[in-house]
Design a protein around this ligand. Sequence first.
Ligand code: MOS
Length: 761
Amino acid sequence: MKNVDSAFHVTGRSIYLDDIVVQQGTLYALPYDAPSAHAHVKKLDLSQAMAVPGVVRILTYKDVPGENQIGGIIPDEPLFVEKEIHFWGMPVALIIATSEDIAIQARKLITIDLEELTVITDPREARARGELIIPPRTFKLGDTKKAWAECAHVFEGRADTNGQEHLYIETQGAYAYPTEHGSIRISSSTQGPTAVQRTVARVLGVPMHKVEVDVTRLGGGFGGKEDQASAWATVVALASFLLKKPVKLAMHRMDDMRMTGKRHPYSSDFKIGLDKDLKIVAYEATFHQNAGASADLSPAVMERTLFHATNSYFVPNVEVTAYCCRTNLPPNTAFRGFGGPQGMFVIESAIAKVAQELGVSAREIQRRNLMQEGSEFSYGQIAEHVNATPAWELADKTFDFDTQQAEIDTFNAKSETHKKGMAIMPICFGISFTNTPMNHARALVHVYQDGSVGVSTGAVEMGQGVNTKMVQVAAQVFSIDPSRVKLESTNTTRVANTSPSAASATADLNGKALEIACNAILDRIKEKASRMLDPGSSPGQARPEAITIVNEAVLNNGQSTDLDWQQLIHACHWDRVNLSESGHYATPEIHFDKTKEKGHPFAYHVYGTAAVMVTVDCIRGTYVVDAVKLVHDFGKRMNDAVDIGQVEGGVVQGLGWMTMEEIVYNDKGRLLSNALSTYKIPDIHSVPKELRIETLPTDGHPMAIRRGKATGEPPLMYGIGVYFAIQNAVIAFRAERGEGVAHMVYSAPYTPERVLMDLYG
Ligand code: MOS
């Protein structure tokens, strides 16, 4: 089935936040943000800005009727600066004007006197100063301290990854207007409508039922709107609430880049030990997560780093510790993979280090250590339905790693200026929110009397295609044409207490809730059909189990009848059968005990293996990705276009993070890569020349929607292979010149500048 949104997207008819028809009297909001990363505010002067004609009001923390606090996990994040600034870009005030242009003019006239304080941007320095947001956490399996003695080889090293700007095409924004009885309605570009509702209620000092949040769709989220949409919805809600006017904010790109957090940079140390057969015996890692100025989602992101610290490998002795380090950067946040990729990069670096030091191929180490059925993860979950080796073997069989490597070696022997490199990247990603209580969802289904269907769920459509999957679920359960099903906006008054659309779990959780609701309606209409087709029977004698609906035809004992879907629904309505239902689904089986750091947190894991080939120009340090060929564990693929699209996008976003996306703050904590002229993301020239995606044939997983596994986050991590493929090309170049690689560090992004330094350093 085609994506229900594609035609509207490409013809410009889809309605994003900034496309909502504005109401008469709408005012425009613009944040004035801190021009320093750490300072005391001595004096804030708004008088000149207030004097600009068209400026209606300028709000500060003093105008907040409830709490000036938006921290979700930990209440450590003021909405507006009070006395102290914690990061460059922190909102200080909100200008409300009759037009955006006037607000921009007024912003230039605000002055602030500051007493500058010490700025920390480095997570290791933060840890050394005791600036931790939560106490460190450690996941442990076996006993690494004892295990080192059993190892034939032990290596240590350091691996760093930089952040990543979400760069959703649609920037952050919200539009609020007052409704009756002191209530407020907000259209928000958020992955978490309930998070917005809760935050607005807290800041306004009103109960949640006074706040309605509506989301039609987002022009991208990638985690950046899981928590960080709330601030912007809250400031417009505050303005609208106080002024009793509609108020809108659609952020400018540079404002968005400066004021919002990004993927967490990590600086990590590793120690790895192997036996003489290259089996990994022990692995230790220390992760320094650069959390930024407040918690935001950092503790949860840090947790996922620990969950994925050993990627696809079984390691009998593991000890991994993570530090959530407070720095004076914008609070870093969720980003596709949610800390998992940062953890996986470190063990892949450790394996690369072993390969370089011992002169063996990394893929031999990888292959020998893949998770097997019944292997234990460091967090206590026993691996079941393990597809690590099957994915690897199918990839090897299909793409022929040895032949690929031989071709690369032949090329390298002939070419002086260009070298090719290959790396294999296996992935293993757990599906479920690691915070178990978040794993539930609701759906509300109305079958209208004409047989058309309206579906509301807690799922937010952000380009990932979840609406299409929800249409498929309803159409398949009812066995009706998908054109009869409409996905409504995500709205907190229709579906309440939603978890954010995140953790790759949105289609599973909301789809299962939707199945439950549709099945309940289906049972009632079958009961009615049975009575209609067997008129002598009383309600107690009806045999609904004999009724099936197939492609809108109503069958009785498998025989066709004169009744179809539309007639049946019409009859149900006039017989007062309830054609609406709410479904609730909570993921079974999962649990996790944070006091022991053990449990069974994931419904299932997604596996896959990618082979990555690159060519490095050893004169310039530039490179092209020749191919990414992968076998992915889709389960029973539910929608080819949506699922393949997610893998393609994930690979490209992952290789962008690994190679070119470079976030730079100066030592004062000011963002230098603050526009698309200074922050480079993949374009059509940087995508792999060949991107081949094969499906691992399996029966799928019963806890995945329609047995089709989650595809949101896992494929991003194939991009990590690009880093190591480039590095292998660099190693080939150096080897030819008789130079070692001992100086090489593991630090992404591997920009052409860094490649040059590795080639000749
Ligand atoms: Mo996603 S990174 O779990 O919002």
